[in-house]
Ligand binder design. Structure first.
Ligand SMILES: Cc1cc2nc3c(=O)[nH]c(=O)nc-3n(C[C@H](O)[C@H](O)[C@H](O)COP(=O)(O)O)c2cc1C
Length: 191
């Protein structure tokens, strides 16, 4: 076998460390529900939003909108409407991930907006974790009571449907990583 040149060797090591870093972030993300109360920076929020909007969407429609909430009054109202959000436990921001029905596909495919916004949400959780921050996915859609409450709080128009909240902050707990790999959930070729 031909000996690797110094450059090729460096590239290989670089690729390996990128792979390890990416997989480490994916496999060690956990939901965080206790935060220090410290505020995230605008740069951190932008990094998280960029990761969200890097997600794949059906026919590349990007049928979404993101409402970044950092005003205490609005955070308090969201916390009251969705106590399971734990915003009251020192969260810095909540990003309301919404579907935009004016940008969504039509007909039977319209429902893909849920997958699209979910992919964006997971990307945001992973980006937050990569930055050393804590995050929590808080379900809203399809519970219409929650959808209506969040819409009212953020004042969104009719065609905007809140899908979930991404609650963000500086972590004040280190929950254990759950090993969810189950071989029984995998099938090859046929059921
Ligand atoms: C659709 C959805 C809704 C969720 N809603 C809440 C919620 O309201 N409150 C909460 O504490 N966690 C919520 N979670 C987080 C889950 O409880 C959490 O992901 C799950 O327990 C697995 O833990 P992990 O994220 O640490 O791996 C939600 C997650 C998803 C995907």
């Amino acid at each position: 076998m031909m000996a690797l040149t110094a450059t090729a060797c460096c590239k290989q090591a670089d690729t390996q460390s990128r792979q390890e870093a990416a997989l480490e972030v994916i496999n060690t993300r956990v939901s965080v529900r206790q935060f220090t109360g410290d505020k995230l920076t605008e740069a951190q929020i932008e990094t998280i939003l960029r990761a969200g909007m890097s997600a794949p969407t059906a026919v590349n429609k990007q049928p979404w909108a993101f409402v970044v909430v950092d005003e205490q009054e609005v955070l308090d109202r969201l916390n009251e409407a969705l106590p399971s959000s734990r915003i009251g436990n020192g969260a810095s921001h909540a990003i309301v991930v919404c579907g935009d029905m004016q940008k969504a596909l039509e007909g039977e495919a319209q429902g893909y907006w849920v997958e699209d916004t979910s992919a964006a949400t997971e990307n945001m959780l992973l980006a937050a974790h990569a930055l050393g921050l804590g995050s929590l996915w808080v379900g809203v859609y399809p519970i219409m009571e929650k959808v209506n409450a969040v819409s009212q709080i953020i004042g969104s128009p009719e065609h905007i449907v809140p899908m979930c909240l991404v609650v963000l902050g500086v972590p004040n707990e280190q929950p254990a990583v759950k090993d969810k790999f189950k071989a029984e959930n995998i099938h090859f070729n046929r059921w």
